[in-house]
Design a protein around this ligand. Structure first.
Ligand code: V47
Ligand code: SF4
Length: 381
């Protein structure tokens, strides 16, 4: 079949839905126009999965073509001791009960980096609990030493929650804190700690850590200091669709201002071993709809990432047909956040060959990237 005709047929199909509002939204998306918050809510409330997937795929193809990205990375989680008590967290331990958690010394952290000598990884992702004794100076020193061991490695480290606590304790402004960490070797910051920005819901699930306003200010300041970042959204718990739209809206507004976000990562709430065990997890169908809607709505985000250790490799593969263009990296069994919350992947490790095969099987072109999405190697489809 002539592909032009097939594409025209598909667009025709999308825009002849019997729901006039959905039709108007599809027309806008196909024409490359931005959809409003109200329209995004309509997609959540009335968009059928196949319709959303097809629309998201049009946006995905426009922005990223047929490419699907991955990288070679590992995580270091210096501690799971945390001064905060987010209800969804299965991972943290209080300082009082720290003997039941872990606290890595600087040498133990550096040994983890040395274990990759000669292995072509490009990124280390360092995040953990907010430990009352591991301060700005300690972490500055740690990342300086990581860079001495591996000058080539990109250090993506510390969520806005960890940074907010560290900077305050050190009596530094956000800008001073970032300039110091940058001078030590920090390259970018991950997207954690965003959860859900709606103040009422945030208060219900993680009342004591940094506010939505603070999270957004920390990322805005990072961008102004030349430090790019990611953004996440924890979904599928006690929030409703309007809260998700509000969350993504605040991110879209900030991205318009700074263009400093690399990627958006929806994080599915997992309910094992935490104070929200009574809250059911959402279905895989809902995960796919959510990926698709975020791709359609966040027109100023270049990338949408499915974090495979959290949703499992099969779902990550499927998500590539629902707007996702990045499935994170090799990980090498170096993170506990999701395995402790009941994710399918209890020892998350994928080789580059496995990642490439997964992507090819989904009909996409595998591209190994660095953290900033520069191409390291493009594989055949
Ligand atoms: O902020 C904690 C989430 C986040 C649970 O930037 C949970 O590349 C689901 O942000 N169910 C930290 N989610 C991890 C994170 C991340 C992960 C991978 C890549 C990147 C990146 C960032 O994990 C927390 C919280 O939203 N989380 N507990 C749970 N039970
Ligand atoms: Fe601490 Fe992060 Fe867990 Fe919240 S999600 S309790 S800040 S480790």
């Amino acid at each position: 079949m002539n592909t032009r005709t097939a594409a025209t047929d598909l667009i025709e199909h999308l825009t002849t839905t019997s729901d006039p509002q959905l039709k108007a939204i599809a027309d806008k998306v196909v024409a490359g126009e931005r959809i409003s918050n109200e329209e995004c809510l309509v997609l959540y409330e009335r968009g059928e999965t196949g319709f959303l997937g097809s629309l998201a795929n049009i946006v995905r193809q426009r922005i990223n073509g047929n490419k699907a990205y991955f990288n070679r990375n590992f995580h270091i989680e210096p501690t799971n001791v945390c001064v905060f008590s987010c209800k969804f967290c299965s991972y943290s331990r209080s300082y009082k009960h720290r003997e039941t958690g872990w606290e890595l010394t600087k040498d133990e952290i550096l040994d983890k980096v040395r274990a990759y000598d000669g292995i072509p990884i490009t990124e280390v992702h360092i995040v953990g609990g907010v430990h009352p004794k591991m301060d700005l100076e300690y972490f500055g020193d740690v990342i300086k030493s990581v860079k001495e061991i591996r000058p080539d490695i990109h250090i993506k480290a510390f969520t806005a929650v960890e940074l907010d606590y560290m900077f305050r304790k050190a009596g530094k402004s956000i800008e001073e804190g970032f300039m110091y960490l940058k001078s030590c070797g920090l390259n970018s910051i991950p997207g954690g700690g965003a959860e859900i920005f709606d103040e009422e819901i945030r208060n219900e699930i993680c009342a004591d850590k940094c506010s939505s306003e603070e999270w957004l200010l920390i990322h805005e300041t990072a961008h102004r200091c030349g430090i790019p970042s990611n953004a996440t959204m924890l979904y599928g718990h006690v929030e409703n669709y309007s809260h998700r739209v509000d969350h993504m809206s605040r991110l879209r507004v900030l991205q318009d201002k700074t263009n400093g976000f690399n990627t958006f990562i929806p994080l599915k709430f997992r309910n094992s071993d935490n104070e929200m065990e009574h809250v059911n997890e959402v279905s895989m169908n809902e995960d796919l709809r959510n990926y698709a809607i975020s791709r359609i709505y966040l027109d100023n985000f270049q990338h949408i990432k499915a974090y495979w250790p959290m949703i499992g490799r099969q779902m990550a593969q499927l998500s590539l047909s629902f707007g996702v263009d990045d499935i994170d990296g090799t990980i090498d069994d170096s993170t506990r956040i999701y395995s402790m919350a009941g994710a399918e992947e209890q020892n998350p490790t994928l080789t580059t060959e496995q990642l490439v095969d997964m992507i090819r099987e989904a009909g996409k072109v595998p591209v190994e990237r660095d953290t900033l999405y520069n191409t390291i190697e493009e594989y055949s489809a």
